[in-house]
Design a protein around this ligand. Structure first.
Ligand SMILES: O=P(O)(O)OC[C@H]1O[C@H](OP(=O)(O)OP(=O)(O)O)[C@H](O)[C@@H]1O
Ligand SMILES: Nc1ncnc2[nH]cnc12
Length: 257
């Protein structure tokens, strides 16, 4: 037994002799041998590049961690994600009223790879557009805007604020009336939800007549928010909803395929 090594007694709570204890001679030997080996393979100044060498070979690439990739690879990634997303939509005729072909987005959330594809597509769009500016606040429209807004806000490091149907939010609220493809309603936001000058992006699943999005934008502007734009998964372009909106409109998919 070497000096500094713990005694080893078979069947007793102790250390096997092959275990290197700190401050034992074998510990110092291994430490200095390791240091020598490191400088042998990465001599100064090459050892300063070690973190770079590691990052290029062993760390996940940008698309895996949600960081910006190059313009060309972003465009290619976005195109293939859109194909996946389109396959995740399904339609129901005459819902919720006769003559409406209802777009059901729920299969996207039932499959986590499609869910990830959706959030990544939205993130790619924001990185690509808006002159590199990120929103301070993502505003989601009730109810399906709540499925996408919070995870996108988290990805971008932004706040999430809901626009709700009347009577759901506590405290002082601002209210607007609006009309959509199949009915009329009132939207509300808590009056202190947006600080004047904050850059705001509105998100929802679908733009049809644009009535809901227009009302959401009105509330934001009433509070002094700077409307950066609107972002949707799907646009029913034959209803010309985007013509109502005064800020840039981006949609991942359009039309009822
Ligand atoms: O462009 P528009 O004609 O205004 O229509 C689009 C809106 O209609 C749907 O919401 P809906 O009010 O049906 O509510 P839900 O999300 O609560 O189901 C959709 O999620 C949009 O918010
Ligand atoms: N056709 C539609 N399908 C799903 N959601 C909608 N919101 C407005 N029109 C819609």
């Amino acid at each position: 037994m070497l000096l500094g090594e713990a005694p080893y007694v078979e069947g007793y709570l102790s250390y096997h002799p092959s275990v290197i204890l700190p401050f034992s001679p074998s510990f110092f030997l291994s430490f200095f041998f390791g240091l020598f080996a490191f400088y042998f393979f990465y001599p100064p100044p090459l050892h300063l590049l070690f973190p770079l060498i590691m990052s290029s070979s062993t760390l996940p690439d940008a698309s895996q961690v949600g960081l910006p990739a190059s313009d060309a690879s972003r465009a290619a990634e976005l195109a293939s994600l859109k194909v996946k997303l389109r396959a995740g939509l399904r339609q129901f005729p005459d819902f919720p009223s006769p003559g409406i072909l209802f777009e059901d987005i729920m299969p996207i959330f039932a499959d986590y790879t499609l869910h990830e594809a959706l959030i990544r597509s939205l993130e790619l769009h924001i990185l690509e557009n808006h002159g590199g500016q990120k929103p301070d606040v993502i505003v989601g429209l009730e109810a399906r805007g709540f499925l996408m807004g919070p995870s996108l806000a988290l990805r971008l490091g932004a706040s999430f604020v809901p626009v709700r149907k009347q009577g759901k939010l506590p405290g002082p609220c601002d209210t607007v009336a609006y009309e959509k493809e199949y009915g009329k309603d009132f939207f509300q936001m808590q009056s202190d939800a947006i600080k004047p000058g904050q850059k705001v992006l509105v998100i929802d699943d679908i733009i049809a007549t644009g009535g809901s999005a227009y009302a959401g934008g009105e509330l934001i502007q009433k509070m002094g928010g700077e409307l950066m734009g609107f972002i949707f998964l799907l646009e029913l372009e034959f209803l010309h909803g985007r013509d109502k909106l005064s800020a840039p409109v981006y949609t991942l998919l359009s039309g009822q395929a």
